[in-house]
Design a protein around this ligand. Structure first.
Ligand code: ZN
Length: 240
């Protein structure tokens, strides 16, 4: 079985469609979504409905939570807050209720999924190095856990110690644990503008990252036309 793991879509419809087309071509039969379906870009409703119709396991991201509530966003970075206010207005109440009811942590097959970290999933901590990853491993009871949130693909391995291997591909070896960030479909931040997701080949215990081009010019035009902050369009081509 080949499972496509994708997240941080952030309302980027062109990127989501390109990733799902590639996953089908690659022979994926199952899908798992790591959250942050909405926020930043201009197609929240469309992206939400695509993922909902897939009826696949999905966990809640911080933007899903912020878009589903009516709480103040004053403490948030102003550009993200402006995009979230726009997102709230461009989702139906029923869609927002669906986002609110998403779960924080799930087990799928023999692995766990969470948007940020297992140690404090509702605090939305960012894992940016192996020391951050150590806190997660204390709460990880499956051999493999997939996550997102930083928009940067990463593979943390815990054997005798916690270390990182390049986010290209990895074979799951007995005796080690893996905490894997699948990168971002809709707003990558590792300097590469192309969408990122991962494929887990269960039989071969192999995880491979994929980078996929999409119609970025159309996504950028929609952001500008919607009146969203223009820097959200420019950052896409920088991969930041
Ligand atoms: Zn995100």
């Amino acid at each position: 079985m080949r499972i496509a793991l994708f997240g941080d879509i952030h309302a980027n419809l062109e990127a989501l469609e390109a990733v799902l087309a590639d996953a089908r071509e690659q022979g994926c039969t199952d899908y798992v979504c790591l959250g942050d379906l909405v926020g930043y870009n201009a197609n929240p409703s469309e992206c939400l409905e695509i993922v909902r119709a897939m009826n696949c396991p999905v966990v809640k991201g911080n933007h899903d939570e912020d878009a589903s509530g009516d709480h103040s966003l004053d403490t948030m970075n102003p550009v993200a807050a402006q995009a979230l206010m726009w997102t709230r207005e461009n989702l139906t109440q029923e869609q927002r209720d669906w986002l609110r009811k998403m779960r924080m942590v799930r087990q799928v097959a023999d692995f766990t999924i969470v948007h940020s970290t297992l140690d404090q999933p509702t605090n939305w901590n960012y894992v940016t190095n192996r020391f951050d990853a150590m806190s997660n491993f204390s709460y990880q009871f499956t051999q493999v856990c997939f996550h997102g949130h930083t928009h940067v693909p990463r593979i943390y391995v815990k054997d005798a110690k916690v270390h990182e291997v390049p986010a290209e591909s990895v074979v799951i070896e007995p005796g080690a644990k893996y905490f894997i960030n699948v990168g971002s479909v809709g707003q990558p931040r590792d300097g590469d503008w192309r969408s990122c997701y991962a494929i887990y080949d269960l039989e071969n215990r192999l995880i491979v990252f994929r980078r996929i081009e999409y119609n970025i010019a159309l996504t950028q035009k929609k952001i500008i036309d919607a009146g969203l902050p223009e820097m959200l369009a420019y950052r896409l081509e920088e991969g930041r």
